[in-house]
Design a protein around this ligand. Structure first.
Ligand SMILES: [Zn+2]
Length: 104
């Protein structure tokens, strides 16, 4: 009789993605002109709109009230409800993020 050989699984190391509160720049919802701390160039940040918790929240609310209109997909297309990540267009480093916390 065989003892089932448990497949060996290495213990997963804790996520390396430790959130570091480094000195991220104060950025808004639109691209901003600033000096990149990495490449020391005066640049206009490249804004990357990403879905955040608020995006899903708005989608969920709309899905409940307006499900027939399929407008639950609208939030995913509206910048207003997305978080905005800013990157340096020259060195492509992450400079900061603007997080939405309210719908308006
Ligand atoms: Zn840069």
């Amino acid at each position: 009789m065989f003892v089932e050989n448990n497949s060996y699984r290495p213990i997963e190391q804790g996520s390396n993605a430790v959130s570091i509160d480094m000195d991220l720049l104060q950025v808004g919802s639109e691209p901003v002109g600033l000096r990149c701390p990495y490449c020391q160039e005066d640049v206009m940040t490249r804004a990357n709109y990403v879905r955040g918790r608020l995006t899903h929240l708005v989608a969920a609310v709309l899905a409940i009230f307006c499900w027939a209109l399929c407008c639950c997909l609208v939030p995913y297309a509206v910048k207003r409800w997305k978080n905005v990540e800013h990157y340096c267009p020259r060195c492509h480093r992450f400079l900061g993020v603007y997080t939405r916390s309210s719908i308006i």
